[in-house]
Design a protein around this ligand. Structure first.
Ligand SMILES: [Zn+2]
Length: 389
C-alpha cells in the first residue's frame, strides 16, 4: 500500500496494490499537478487503477484525471447522490482551490451499496456512516490492518461536522463508534494528516470525543489541533461549530471577500443578521422547498450581479420532487421565500440593505414560525455550506 501526501492541507491519496498490476485508488488528490504526479508514479511502478473509491462527496475527495484511466469509481449511495445535487458547489470550490482539473471527471462515481469494494485485490471492507458528510465511507483492509479513514481520525483537523444534517453530533459519534469498533486496525490513514498506528488511532478518537463533548456542551475547548498556527478556515469552522451548539447565528463567520484560506474561498457572502433582515450581497444558499406560494423571479431581478438564467432552481433539480423551486429575489416586506436542504442554487440576496424575509421549511416539516430563529438556522446553513472541505 502506498500513501501520497499533498502539501495542500496534508491531503492523502491511498493506493492499494492488487494483483497483476491493478490497484485500488482512494481519494486521489488534490491539485492537478498532484494527480499528474500520482499517475506518473503509478505508471513508473507498473500499476494501473483497477477501481477508485471516494470516501465522501467533498471537492477534494472526488477527483480523477484521464491519465488515471477509466476504472470504475465508486462511493456510497448517499455520497453519490450529494455529489450529483451539490455538483455546482463542488466545481466552484475546485475551480477556486485547485484549478486545472478536468471538470468532466469530477464527482463521477458509481453508487456502491456493498460491504466491500468489488475488485480482485486485497479485501477492502467499507464502513459507511454520516457525520462529516453524508455517506462517508472509510475503507478497512483486514489483511494488512489498514484503516483509510477519510475525513475522520485526523491528527491535524478537529472533527468537522455536517451541520446541515438533522443530527450532526449523533451522526458523528456513530461514525466514530463504527470506526473504533473495527477489529484489528494496525494503521490509520486520515484524509488529511499523518498515518498513525493503533495507539494513535485511539488517541485521535479520544481527542475527537473530548472535542465533541466540550463543544456540544457549549464549553470552550483547548484542542491541541487548534493553535495559533492553524489555518484560518479551521478556526472559523470551530467557531461556527461552537455557535451551532450554542444556537447562535453564525452571521459573523461570513465576511465579504475574506478569503483567508484557500479552503474557504467559496465565502462570498456578507450576511449580517439584524432582526428580520438579511443584509448583504452575495450569498450561496440552497433551495429545496418553498413555504407559501412558489413564484419564479427573473434572473434580472437579482442585481447587482445577476445569476445566469440557466441557474435558477428548477423542479427537476430538487431533492424533493414535490417541492417547488424558487429563487430569492429582491426583498419585499412580506416575501416569503425559501429553504434549504441539499440541492444548491446560487442566489443573490438583494442589494445591501434590502430586506428579504425568509421562512425556513425543513424537508420534514416546519421548523417553526419564529422568523428570527429561522433566520438563525438559515444563516447557520449558509455558514455550513461554506465549511465543506
Ligand atoms: Zn471533507
Amino acid at each position: 500500500m502506498l500513501v501520497a501526501t499533498s502539501s495542500y492541507a496534508l491531503t492523502t491519496s491511498t493506493v492499494v496494490v492488487g494483483s497483476s498490476g491493478g490497484c485500488l485508488l482512494i481519494d486521489p488528490a488534490v491539485t492537478a499537478a498532484d494527480l499528474a504526479g500520482l499517475a506518473g508514479e503509478l505508471a513508473a511502478r507498473g500499476l494501473r487503477p483497477a477501481a477508485g473509491w471516494s470516501t465522501h462527496p467533498h471537492w477534494d475527495h472526488v477527483l480523477w484525471s484521464r491519465e488515471l484511466g477509466d476504472a470504475p469509481r465508486y462511493a456510497a449511495p448517499a455520497a453519490v447522490s450529494l455529489a450529483e445535487t451539490d455538483r455546482e458547489n463542488i466545481l466552484e470550490y475546485l475551480r477556486q482551490s485547485a484549478p486545472g482539473h478536468d471538470l468532466e471527471l469530477v464527482g463521477r462515481m458509481r453508487s456502491l451499496d456493498a460491504s466491500a469494494i468489488p475488485w480482485d485485490g486485497p479485501e477492502a471492507r467499507l464502513i459507511v456512516h454520516d457525520g462529516h458528510a453524508p455517506g462517508h465511507g472509510a475503507v478497512f483492509l483486514p489483511k494488512s490492518g489498514v484503516l483509510i479513514a477519510g475525513d475522520m481520525c485526523s491528527d491535524v483537523e478537529i472533527p468537522l461536522l455536517d451541520t446541515v444534517a438533522t443530527d450532526p453530533l449523533g451522526d458523528y459519534r456513530t461514525g466514530m463508534q463504527r470506526l473504533a469498533s473495527v477489529p484489528g486496525v494496525r494503521q490509520v490513514v486520515p484524509g488529511h494528516g499523518h498515518v498513525g498506528d493503533a495507539g494513535e488511532l485511539r488517541r485521535r478518537l479520544a481527542l475527537d470525543a473530548a472535542y465533541l463533548d466540550a463543544v456540544s456542551a457549549g464549553q470552550p475547548y483547548d484542542d491541541p489541533r487548534l493553535t495559533e498556527d492553524s489555518p484560518e478556515w479551521m478556526r472559523v469552522t470551530h467557531e461556527d461549530q461552537v455557535r451551532y451548539f450554542q444556537r447562535l447565528p453564525a452571521a459573523a463567520a461570513i465576511r465579504d471577500g475574506q478569503q483567508q484560506d484557500r479552503r474557504v474561498r467559496r465565502v462570498q457572502a456578507d450576511v449580517v443578521l439584524r432582526g428580520h433582515e438579511v443584509v448583504g450581497g452575495r450569498v450561496d444558499l440552497t433551495v429545496a422547498r418553498v413555504a407559501g406560494e412558489a413564484r419564479e423571479r427573473p434572473a434580472g431581478d437579482l442585481e447587482p450581479d445577476p445569476v445566469p438564467a440557466t441557474e435558477p432552481v428548477r423542479r427537476a433539480e430538487q431533492a424533493h420532487p414535490d417541492g417547488a423551486g424558487q429563487r430569492v429575489g429582491l426583498g419585499e416586506p412580506h416575501d416569503a421565500v425559501t429553504d434549504v436542504a441539499r440541492p444548491a442554487a446560487r442566489v443573490h440576496v438583494a442589494q445591501p440593505h434590502e430586506q428579504v424575509r425568509v421562512r425556513v421549511v425543513a424537508g420534514d416539516g416546519h421548523l417553526g414560525d419564529d422568523l428570527a430563529d429561522n433566520l438563525g438556522r438559515l444563516v447557520q446553513r449558509i455558514a455550513a455550506e461554506h465549511q465543506h472541505v
